[in-house]
Every structure is written in C-alpha cells, then in structure tokens.
Design a protein around this ligand. Structure first.
Ligand code: ADP
Length: 925
C-alpha cells in the first residue's frame, strides 16, 4: 500500500488523533514536520492557521513528497524552517531569552513580544508564534535567532547565576517560606497528640506508579513525581497523584514539602506554595493570585511587589501543591478562562485556571485526589497521573519497625500480621496500617473477634481511644464500652454525617458547640485542631482522617434511633444527594449556593460509599452483642434488611447491564466502578447467606475487572463473595495491584475460576506457589495468564507439578517475566507428562537455546499443543533446529512465534525443511 493509500484508509483515525482531545498540539507538531520537510508550503501553512480547527486535518498538502537527505538550507530563514520541530522543543524553556535578543537588536518590537507571549498560548505555541513572526521579519531576524541559539548552546547555564540575580527580598521570602513549610510538615496529624513521632521517624515510602505513553507501568521514586518520567503531555504542567482514601497522598505531599524546606529535594524549585483544598473551601472571598499565595501560604515581610514579580517572571522556579482536590467543593470545569494574576476572582476560578495552565503557565503543579473525582475534563490538562498504591509488603514491615522502637514488639506485631493475612492485606493501605500498629495491644491481647474487616479495624481504634482516656486502672474497658460512650459517639457521628453530606471536613468551635460536643469530647482525640487555617482567627477542627469521619457517620446512621427510614437506602444509592434539613441548618457556611448539585456529588460519592461500607460492617451479626444495648433490636433488624435489599438491588442493576453475548463469544461482564464497592459491602457483612443469595443471580462466563484499582483488600472481598458463584467464570484482573498477598486472598474463589488473568500485577514466585498449590486441586481451573509479573525460575517447578497433575489444563502464559533456560528445563519436565496443554506463551523471557531445546523435546509427543510463543528469548539456530524437529512431528501445532530471536540461516533452513513435512502449522513468525 502506498503512503497515500495508507493515509486515505486511516483518514478517520488520523482525524480523531489530530483533532481529538481538544488540544491543537498534535496537529501543530505534524505541521512543523511537514513544513520542515517542505511537504507543506508556507502559504498553505498560513491558510491552515485561519481555518476552523476541524477543517485543518481534512487538507491535502502542497508537494507530493518530502525531499529527504537534502543539503542544509543556505539561508537562515530556511534553516529555521528545516529545524522547526527541534526548535519548538529547544526554545520552549527559553522564550524570554530569545525575545530579549530579538528586542535588543531591534528585530522585534514590544508589541511583537506581547503577541508571542499571550498567556492563552502554551509554551510550544508561543515558540511557533515566535518562529512565524521571525520568518515574517526576514533574514536579519532569523540570523539573530540562530546566533542566539548558538550562544545559549555554548554557554552552559550556571546554577549560581540564578542566585546572583535574586534580590535580598526574594531570598528573605524564600527563607521565611521554607521555615513556615518546614514547621507545617514536620509531624503527622495522626500522631499529633502523642508528640512521639516526627515525619522523619515514621515516613515509609509508598508504591508509586505511572503509565507511560505505550501503556507500560513504571515504578517511581518520590523525586520522580515532579520529574520527566512518565510524562504524557509536555504542554501541561499539572501532575496528579491519585490514590484511595488513606493511601498516603497527603503524607507524600507533606514529605515533598519537608524535603524541599530542607533543600534535600526539588532543589531547582525556588519557592514552593502548599495549598489544602479542604482549607480553600473555607475561603469565600474573591482573591487575586497574589493574595492567594501570600495570604494562604506565607506573607512577605518586605518587597511584596518585587517578590510577586519574581514569581511571574520565573514560573519555572515555583511549585504549587494542592492536596485533596477531591475534597474541593466544586467539581473541576474549564469553562471560565482567567489569566490575569492581579484580578480578584472566586477561588474555584483561580484554582481551575492554575491547574489548566491558563494562569501562570509554566509553574509546576502537583495535585492529589482520589481517582473517582478526576473527570475527563481535568485529565486533559494533566502532564501525567501518578498512582499511589499504598505500602508494599516490605513497606509494611518497615513501617511497623519504625513505629515500635522495641524490636521484639515489632517482631510480634509482624508475626501476628503474617498469621492473619486478611489483616495483612488491609495494612497495604497506610491508614489501616497506622491503626493496626497503633492498636497492637488490643490486637495481641486476644480480642473476641479477630479483625477481618475494615469495620473491625475502626472499632478497634474507637475502643483504643476510649481506653486511653478511661479512668479505670490500666484503662480496661468493660463489655458495654460502646454503650457507655454512646452519647459522645452520637454527637461526633452527627457532626460527621452532616459534614459528609455537605462536603464539609473542617468545623468551627461554634459548630462543635451546636452539636453539643464538649472540651472533654474533643480531648478524646478523634478531632484535631487545624492550626494552619490562617484565613480566619477562630479555632477549627477536623477528624483525624477522612475515613474516621466516614466511620463516625456510619455509627450515627446505625445507632441513631430517630433517623428517618430512608437514611440507609439513600446511602446506598450512588446518585444520592439530598441535604437533610439539619445539615442545611447547622453547616450553612459549608454550603455554597452557587455550587451546582451535580458537580459536588462527585466529591461526596466516594465518602458516602466508604460510609455505606462501614454501615454494612456495623450491622454485621459479628457486632450484634456490642450494639445490643445501644440500639433496639427491631430498629437494627429493619436496617439490616434495608442494607441487604439495597445491596441486592445494586447488584441486580449490574447484572442487567450485561449485554447479550455476541454469537460465538462468552457472556461477559465488564464491571462498573461501583461493582467492587458493592462486593466490599457484602464482605463487611460477613454473612455467607447474603453473599450466596446475591451471587446466585450472576450468570456470566467472564468477569472483567481490569484497571479497577484492585489491591489485596479488594481481593479479600472478591475471594469471599465470588466463591458463591454458581458456574465457573474467567476472572480477568489484568493491570491491577494484586501482588502476592492479594493472590493468596483469591484462593477461596479459585475453584470457581476456569481462567485467571493476572497480567501486570506485581506477583512473584511466592504468590504463584500458593495459587498453584490450590489450583492443582481445582477441577475447573484450566488457564492462567501472568504476563509481566516478577516471576523467576523459582516458580517453574510449581508449574511443572501443575502440568503433571492436571491433565485438563489448557493454557499457560508467562510472557515478560524472568525465566531462564533453567526454568524452561523445569517446565519441560512437567510438559513431558502433560497431554492437555494447548497454549504456551513465554514471550520476553531468557530461555535461550538450551531452554528451547528442552521444551521442544518435551513437547515432541504432545497431541494437544496448538500455539507456542518463544518471541524475544535469545533463541539461536540450535534452538530453532530443535523446534524444527517438533514441527516435523506435530499434528496439532498451528502457530509458532519466534520473532526477535537470533536464529541464523542454518536454523531457518531447518525450520523450512520441517515445515515441508508438516500439515497442521499455519503460521511461523
Ligand atoms: P490520604 O491523603 O491518601 O487519605 P494520608 O496521607 O492522610 O492519606 O494517610 C493517612 C495516615 O496514614 C497518615 O496520617 C499516616 O498515619 C499514615 N501514612 C500514610 N502514608 C504514610 C507514609 N508514607 N509513611 C508513614 N505513614 C503514612
């Protein structure tokens, strides 16, 4: 096919790529290239500039083909044209300097410079405007620009130059900002009252991942959050760190802040401005950017204007962070543009324009949020999205050791976690890890109920806090401890629930008083004083963590005798948003009438979902005794029924959404986001019959849960609930963070899985060992896909055993792991006894000739193998000749994939000879 035909054939796709997504950048890049190669003549290019965007890509360009390998152009103007794609990249961070050079030589006027630097343009667009203008001005301007470029390339930037130009006022401000940021980030709020830990003592690295342009997952260090790794959109300057509640987003930002303040990280950042969206919610004034920076972060004692001008002039030296975008009351929109740094506007407009880069283009921004709150309109402005996945198994150990200075105690806690893998899986979420570690005494002391659910864990922390303040010797709590503290729990619960309903997470002393909360109640420690709310003078409080606010809200829903009947069912409906009369009255200040209801429900849904999960847990039979005296049995029973009905209805909705299977395909369900949440609620109830009843109605052959943020906690719930499915399913969990602990949590449902897809899930040999040990005994289990995990030769013996003992196993895919010839030999040992395997994939391992020879010999007698992939395995001619023998004998093999190896002529000839004798093979790659 000619290039022309190819373009015509893909016209629709090309249009979508060039014009889709709302950014002009892809089309501009193509235009740069076409100009440089002289495919597009200048007049055509200019006419495209005045066409409406959607028509641009429909154009057919000037000359037929590019003149490749031509000589260097002989004028400066043509050089600029030929190098245009490179220049756009080179000049992007250097526009000021180039304009300065053009201005001082008289090639440009101030007006020219202003036209280039309109704030609505991205830096790349500014460079293109600059290049267009230079071409228009003629050869002298082009020469000046080339000279300037030559100079900047020979004079390496000296970092000290930057310092030399800084005025005393700016340096003074930096010092003040550093010390204010250091003071704010020195300790963790969850350790606030105890004074025992500084962030340095307890901070443990979390798992950070980013997906690059080709869909590969990269692991990042803290320093890479702001760095170039994983950048998807060069023109955007907002990095989003997303993760579930309690995964450690705020703590990660706090760590970044502290390290910057100490000059230990982000050393190129001169000024760092930290913002909390939670706190920005309380700012009701209209502010200019200058006021926002100085009022909310740090006030310059001298030379305010000068400092602000410095920030405007050097956006690349500043960094803004926004913690908890999901808690910002208004959902992100890009409808109102605002680019003037001195004009006062409402806070949402200021924030959204900063994130988009309309205001202060070039300032790097790091925002954190829960994944649910990030809609497509915001994604469009992201440089990259970094996923924070909580602690790794090693991280949990490390955290526990940091928490307990006594190594013997740390050891006991770690051992007790190893013995209770459900609890261990919870500890992957740092906030749960904090609670579990904090409540180690209750944990090790032998509770009546061994903690299995997040509700159990939060009841533990509730008990722990009451115990701490108990007047009894050694703080022993009686059986009826919840009843004894019912009054306080209800007051806190009411505040929490009303707050959630109104997206309100910060409470004034007055609001506490209204809810009847006394100093004594506050001293229990569930509420903490937020001291950096510099906007107002009066004291403000927040719950220790958002999940604790959800827990208290759930306690209120369950224990309040007067709650109206619809409270429970409303909580389980995702579209729920109805403020109770009460919350409108008490939290009037939190409710901004200008905020559209639809927008704000995005932020509430995840919190209400967590609350619903706790409600399910509290209504579990396990806590019947604890709640006995706190809530009349009839009321409790009614609520249980409501929850069960809501869960069942929710699941039904999912089942109904399953499309009819296309003929010849399996009946398949792609889970909606709330599916996992419903499963987690059912798990919290810990009632087999409920799980059984709900799952009995699910009739699918394939359940797809790819990219659903499934970690060990979710696996526990899946394992518990899916085990009740009536018929075997294919469970597809590709691209999640299951890990070894999660894999183990899936064991209870393995018997009902005919196929298990776990591509890209951080699973290692140990996880596989446990999976296969069980899998071997499961009659239905026939396929496993483990592409891109951390498997080595240490796991192949388990596969060999599986292949030997399971004569109905069909498909084994182990691509992109670290299996060498040794592993292949072990696999071969199992294969030689197997008469069922049809698909064997080892793409991207290192089995070499020896491995290929072993496999070929083992498969020689196979009467079932259809498909074999040894792509990219360092196989040479010896391996190919061995495989040729396999081909010549096989009556079933249809496809053999051998690309990206090092097979020479001899090997190829062997293969060709073998193919002559074979009648089944359809393709050899
Ligand atoms: P998020 O912002 O994602 O809701 P937080 O950062 O508030 O989560 O974390 C909740 C709690 O978990 C913290 O107060 C702290 O006790 C603990 N925690 C989170 N991340 C870490 C970490 N990296 N090292 C130590 N403790 C952490």
């Amino acid at each position: 096919m000619t290039a022309h035909q190819l373009i015509l054939k893909q016209r629709a796709e090309l249009l979508a790529v060039l014009c889709g997504g709302g950014s002009a950048e892809p089309l501009d890049c193509v235009l740069d290239l076409l100009l440089a190669c002289e495919v597009l003549v200048w007049e055509d290019y200019l006419s495209i500039g005045v066409l409406p965007e959607e028509q641009k890509a429909g154009l057919c360009f000037g000359k037929e083909c590019a003149v490749l390998g031509k000589n260097r152009p002989d004028t400066a103007t043509l050089t600029l044209l030929a190098d245009r794609p490179v220049l756009v990249r080179k000049l992007r961070d250097n526009i000021d300097g180039a304009l300065n050079a053009l201005l001082t030589t008289g090639c440009f006027t101030i007006k020219d410079c202003d036209a280039v630097q309109l704030p609505v343009y991205t830096p790349s667009q500014q460079v293109r405007r600059l290049l267009d203008q230079v071409r228009f001005k003629g050869e002298t301007a082009a020469k000046t620009l080339l000279q300037y470029l030559e100079q900047t390339e020979t004079t390496r930037p000296n970092p000290e130059d930057k310092e030399n130009h800084l005025s005393a006022n700016c340096l003074l401000y930096q010092k003040k900002l550093r010390s204010s940021v250091a003071a704010q980030s020195h300790s963790l709020s969850t350790y606030g009252g105890t004074g025992r830990f500084s962030l340095d003592d307890i901070y443990t690295d979390g798992l950070l991942e980013v997906m690059d342009g080709s869909g590969e997952t990269l692991t990042l260090g803290l320093e890479d959050v702001v760095g170039p790794l994983g950048t998807l959109n060069e023109d955007a300057d907002t990095v989003l760190v997303s993760g579930e509640a309690g995964s450690g987003k705020s703590t990660l930002l706090q760590r970044l802040h502290l390290l910057w303040a100490r000059e230990a990280l982000l050393t190129n950042t001169f000024l760092l401005f930290p913002f909390s969206c939670r706190k920005l919610n309380s700012e009701h004034r209209e502010l200019s950017l200058k006021e926002l920076l100085f009022l909310h972060c740090c006030w310059p004692d001298r030379g305010q204007d000068e400092v602000f001008q410095f920030i405007l002039d050097h956006p690349n030296l500043a960094l803004f962070t926004f913690d908890g975008l999901d808690e910002f009351k208004q959902g992100f929109t890009d409808e109102e543009r605002h680019c003037c740094p001195t004009k006062q506007v409402p806070i949402p407009i200021l924030l959204f324009n900063l994130l988009q880069g309309t205001l202060m283009k070039g300032v790097m921004k790091v925002a954190t949020s829960r994944p649910q709150a990030v809609g497509p309109s915001l994604k469009h402005y992201l440089r990259k999205e970094v996923l924070l996945k909580g602690f790794s198994p090693g991280g949990i150990d490390c955290y526990v050791k940091k928490h307990h200075s006594d190594p013997a105690m740390a050891k006991r806690v770690i051992e007790s976690l190893q013995a209770n893998t459900v609890l261990l899986s919870l500890c992957h979420i740092p906030v749960f890890c904090w609670i579990v570690t904090k409540c180690h005494q209750e944990l090790l002391g032998g509770q009546d109920v061994i903690p299995q659910t997040i509700t159990d864990v939060y009841l533990l922390v509730l008990q722990h806090f009451f115990q701490r303040k108990s007047p009894q010797p050694q703080g022993v709590l009686g059986k009826a401890w919840l009843e004894e503290h019912l009054d306080t729990v209800l007051k806190l619960g009411q505040l929490a629930l009303e707050g959630l309903e109104a997206s309100c997470y910060v409470f004034s002393g007055y609001e506490l008083q209204r809810n009847g909360l006394t100093e004594q109640d506050v001293s229990l420690g569930f509420l903490i004083y937020c001291n950096d709310l510099s906007v107002t003078d009066c004291k403000h409080y927040e719950f220790l963590h958002i999940t604790l606010q959800c827990f208290f809200a759930a306690l209120y829903v369950v224990l309040n005798r007067n709650s109206d009947r619809s409270t429970v069912s409303r909580l389980f409906q995702p579209q729920y948003r109805q403020l109770s009369g009460l919350s409108q009255r008490c939290l009037g200040h939190c409710i901004d009438s200008s905020v559209e209801e639809v927008e704000s429900h995005v932020t509430e849904t995840p919190n209400l979902q967590i609350t619903a999960q706790f409600v399910s847990g509290l209504l579990s039979q396990r806590h019947h005794n604890l709640l006995l005296e706190c809530c009349p049995i009839a009321v409790r029973e009614r609520k249980v029924k409501q929850v069960v009905k809501s869960l069942s209805k929710g699941m039904q909705r999912h089942f109904k959404s399953i499309p009819r299977p296309v003929e010849g395909e399996k009946k398949s369900m792609h889970a909606m986001p709330s599916f996992v949440w419903l499963i987690k609620c059912i798990y919290e109830m810990q009632d087999n019959s409920i799980a059984q009843d709900t799952m009995a109605k699910l009739d699918v052959e394939h359940l797809k849960l790819t990219y659903c943020n499934i970690g060990p906690v979710e696996c526990t719930a899946l394992g518990y609930v899916l085990k009740y499915l009536r018929n075997p399913v294919g469970l597809q969990l590709d691209n999640n963070s299951v890990g070894d602990v999660g894999a183990e949590q899936l064991l209870p449902c393995l018997h009902i899985c005919h196929s298990l897809y776990l591509r890209n899930n951080n699973i290692s040999d140990e996880g596989i060992r446990k999976l296969l040990e069980k899998g071997m005994k499961c009659e239905s289990f026939q396929k496993i896909a483990l592409f891109n995990n951390n498997l080595t030769d240490a796991c192949t013996q388990h596969f060999a055993l599986l292949l030997k003992s399971k004569q109905n196993f069909l498909s084994l895919r182990l691509g992109n792991n670290n299996i060498t010839s040794q592993g292949a030999e072990q696999l071969a040992e199992g294969l030689s006894y197997n008469q069922s395997l049809q698909f064997l994939g080892l793409w991207g391992n290192k089995i070499g000739d020896r491995g290929a020879e072993a496999l070929a010999a083992a498969l020689k007698n196979s009467t079932t193998l259809i498909w074999l992939s040894l792509v990219d395995n360092g196989v040479g001619s010896a391996g190919a000749c061995a495989l040729a023998k396999l081909i010549s004998q096989s009556k079933t093999m249809e496809q053999l994939w051998l690309n990206k190896n090092c097979i020479s002529r001899e090997g190829v000839e062997c293969l060709i000879e073998a193919l002559k004798m074979n009648s089944s093979v359809k393709e050899v790659w």
